[in-house]
Design a binder for this molecule. Structure first.
Ligand SMILES: [Zn+2]
Length: 42
């Protein structure tokens, strides 16, 4: 899902918002967290 950061227009494909003419940003449902909880066993 791609979403316009300006108006919230969504599209299922990459491109630009037809209203704002700004690049749509990819919104994924899963927030890929960075691997911060690494093994810290000493
Ligand atoms: Zn827009």
């Amino acid at each position: 899902m791609y979403k316009c950061p300006e108006c919230g227009h969504t599209s299922n494909e990459a491109g630009t918002c037809p209203a704002c003419n700004v690049p749509l940003v990819n919104e994924s449902e899963d927030n890929t967290k960075e691997e911060s909880d690494a093994a810290d066993n000493s």
